[in-house]
Write a protein that binds this ligand. Sequence first.
Ligand SMILES: [Zn+2]
Length: 298
Amino acid sequence: MRFGLDIGGTKIEIVAFDPEGERVYSKRISTPDNYPAFVTAVCGLVNGAEDTLHCQGSVGIGIPGTICTQTGLVKNANCTFINGHNLKNDLQRRLERDVFIANDANCFALSEAVDGAGKDGQVVFGVILGTGCGGGLVVNKQVLAGPNGIAGEWGHNPLPGYRESADGQEQQCYCGKRNCIERYISGSGLEMQYLQRFGEALKAADIIAGMQTGEMSCRLAYYQLVDQIARSFATIINMVDPDVIVIGGGLSNVASLFDDIPKQLTRFVMSNECRTKILPAQYGDSSGVRGAAWLPLS
Ligand SMILES: [Zn+2]
């Protein structure tokens, strides 16, 4: 049995997968607000699953942060109480087995690269376009982490080709840098740009719905988003030239993106043609927890 856990700011989910990759058990709890309670809760989820299923399993965990390769301590997590702790050691001691931990966007990319939308690709870049925009790079079915543990964090590069007249005012990012890609090509980025440009607060889902019914302001905001995504994807393609870019998160439900982004890519990549496949995630919201379960194998 393989257990995958997805740690979020509000919920922790555990899913058990049988040897064929079928989901056989799942449970969700609220994320505790302090570290000792968090470790106890994670161990409780694993032990509870094993009691129910009457078998032991491997444990992989996706976290909204990363592990410092020098110290083994969690860093950059948005549930901040796990930062600065050696989560891997603490869980291994309590669960009496190896525990595998990776960034949640890396888990998403791994899931889609192993047997999802990118399964036929050697190099797969996974991006989650949701509230924010995470990324992960998988080569030959293995997550590329890097010495800083930040491979795939392309969302915190500056938006390529930024012009105030087209992209609006410069944006401060929570990471401390300015004009990060994430501030633009995410659900929250789309909402911010719509508000700045048209003076009206609309939810991303409403902007997309308006685009689909032909409302001009929504169409303008959508095509500006497509242009920004194409510029940002072109930097990935020029750098690593992946076989596939798989998109997950809320924006991956917008089917027209998968026609509109490829049409724009050739304007920005260093090639007169662009064969990179841009595909929606095969496993949707379950990809992160699936990839976490696959970590012990990667
Ligand atoms: Zn940033």
